[in-house]
Design a protein around this ligand. Structure first.
Ligand SMILES: Nc1ncnc2c1ncn2[C@@H]1O[C@H](COP(=O)(O)OP(=O)(O)OP(=O)(O)O)[C@@H](O)[C@H]1O
Ligand SMILES: [Mg+2]
Length: 158
């Protein structure tokens, strides 16, 4: 059985879209190829909104970032890497993830994954996990990661 060691846990209220944008901008500054962010939370919890701001920041452009609800994956090119935005809500079996390019994403790109639990045995336990919750007009996020993520995030003003 794979060892899961979460040592970093931080909760934050996201009272407005601006708060979500700020979080995305701050986190974007430390991301690099091979990083994986799993975005957890119920329908409407704020996952795509966060991904949208993160992608726009990394691409340095105010580009259209649709929810990949039906395509399941959408990619975005930056000069340094490809961003892979997955929404696995409609994925029927974990093996489908290979057809979507998950191996290439994990090996070379930055991966943002909504509904990551649908990966089953392929769930990336070394990912940084952002768990979103709907709190009426606002949202809440809880960020969890391993020692490596703690080291990388400890100097950020989240
Ligand atoms: N911090 C926030 N404050 C207020 N509203 C927000 C915030 N973040 C997101 N929203 C709003 O909440 C709604 C749902 O957000 P979003 O589509 O990102 O959820 P989701 O988790 O991706 O849902 P799904 O599981 O259906 O893909 C949108 O209308 C969005 O504008
Ligand atoms: Mg979504």
């Amino acid at each position: 059985m794979k060892e899961i060691c979460i040592v970093f846990c931080l909760s934050k209220q996201l009272l407005s879209l601006d708060d979500t944008r700020h979080l995305a901008e701050v986190l974007s500054s430390i991301l690099k190829p091979e990083d994986i962010l799993t975005l957890q939370g119920d329908l409407g919890a704020g996952k795509t909104t966060f991904a949208r701001y993160l992608i726009r920041t990394l691409c340095q452009k105010d580009i259209d970032v649709p929810s990949p609800t039906f395509t399941l994956v959408q990619t975005y090119e930056t000069p340094a890497f490809t961003i892979w935005h997955f929404d696995l809500y409609r994925m029927k079996v974990p093996d489908e993830a290979f057809e979507l390019g998950i191996e290439e994403a994990f090996a070379q790109g930055i991966s943002l994954i909504e509904w990551p639990q649908n990966l089953g045995p392929y769930y990336p336990h070394h990912a940084l996990t952002l768990s979103f919750e709907d709190e009426g007009s606002a949202k809440k996020v809880t960020i969890r990661g391993n020692t490596q993520w703690e080291t990388r995030l400890c100097h950020l003003k989240i």
